[in-house]
Design a binder for this molecule. Structure first.
Ligand SMILES: Nc1ncnc2c1ncn2[C@@H]1O[C@H](COP(=O)(O)OP(=O)(O)OP(=O)(O)O)[C@@H](O)[C@H]1O
Ligand SMILES: [Mg+2]
Length: 247
């Protein structure tokens, strides 16, 4: 599929600057800076409840931060340039899988390219479930519909929150490879709890930890993604990453 060619302008870097977020008088993070490098795949890890999803929602413009800014380094507005895949699949219950994949275009009043939506459903292994309603799909199938919907949006900036968390190991590995292939050259920030996934997919890894949460210095992963899951360097790095996460 000629997927990457459809994006109009080169992807910018995303600068998150001096972000702070307070929930119920509890400072989740304060004065947090993160640059998501242009055209690179950045992976965010950290313990449950530390604030990863909240940070991603701020980056997507879905919730406000108390302080700070989110800007593209090309100076252009972010509106309309971000695809967001949330931790919940948020499928529309009244639309079938094909309708959910293409719903963004319909909501914008555009005529969706249904051939492309069908091709993406096939890429996520659901060619035969295009007419299925969400409640008739398994959790992992629903998540793959949500992934196809995110890829269908064809945006230069892509933010994904644990996009493969409901998948079996084999599908998970396949979807990791698909996402790397179809998102190559875009500016991606993805959250995962899986150190192996991070080491297979990420160009840069960042760990959010502590209360209030801080970011570790970013770690650059050598070699081109998707890296083989049994590559000794990948296995060594995932072990080191797991040790860091267990600290
Ligand atoms: N709308 C909200 N109102 C109040 N507190 C919230 C809200 N959303 C999240 N929180 C709190 O903020 C903290 C961080 O939540 P967040 O969802 O960002 O964590 P996370 O790092 O993504 O965790 P997980 O790995 O479990 O998904 C949690 O303590 C959560 O209870
Ligand atoms: Mg989360």
């Amino acid at each position: 599929m000629d997927f990457p060619g459809q994006t109009q302008s080169p992807p910018p870097a995303l600068h998150l600057r001096a972000l702070s977020l307070v929930y119920d008088k509890r400072v989740l993070f304060g004065d947090l800076d993160l640059t998501v490098a242009a055209g690179r795949f950045t992976v965010l890890l950290g313990p449950s409840g530390v604030g990863k999803s909240s940070l991603l929602k701020i980056a997507a413009g879905l919730i406000p931060a108390q302080t700070g800014s989110v800007e593209a380094d090309d100076g252009k507005p972010l509106a309309g340039r971000i695809a967001f895949m949330g931790q919940q699949d948020l499928l529309f219950p009244w639309a079938d899988a094909l309708g959910n994949v293409s719903v963004g275009a319909r909501l914008r009043g555009e005529t969706p390219d249904l051939d492309r939506a069908r091709a993406l459903l096939a890429e996520v292994g659901l060619a035969d479930r295009a007419a299925s309603l969400p409640h008739t799909l398994s959790g992992g199938m629903r998540q793959r519909v949500a992934l196809a919907r995110t890829l269908f949006e064809d945006r230069p900036l892509v933010l994904m929150d644990e996009p493969f968390s409901a998948l079996d190991a084999a599908n998970r590995a396949r979807m990791q490879e698909l996402a790397v292939r179809l998102l190559r050259g875009r500016t991606v920030l993805m959250i995962t709890h899986d150190p192996l996934e991070a080491c297979r997919m990420g160009d840069t890894l960042v760990v959010l930890d502590g209360a209030p949460a801080r970011l570790d210095a970013p770690l650059t992963v050598p070699g081109e993604a998707p890296r083989p899951p049994d590559d000794p360097a990948v296995l060594q790095l995932q072990g080191a990453l797991l040790r860091r996460l267990m600290r």
